[in-house]
Write a new protein. Sequence first.
Length: 94
Amino acid sequence: MSEAFVNPLARNGPSVINSARAIKTWARKLLSLPDDAVVSVSELACHVPGCPPKETVILVMHDAETVQASIHKPMKDATEDDVAHAFSAASNPD
């Protein structure tokens, strides 16, 4: 066997991991975060009426502050522009 085994029943495949890494990189760059800042990316089911079935939630934790931003699409579909828009909306909730 020369190929690595890929579990077809695994919840998180390589594309989800790569998407999460890209989103974290974009958030770090956009917010000019230091290395000790924690960036967490999760894909959640959205139960709000009119919301797409999945949303991507980004949490940035640094010092005593936590900032949350949401993208109303699955992680694999999120773009760098989506991340920028989500943090812009999070800092200007009006």
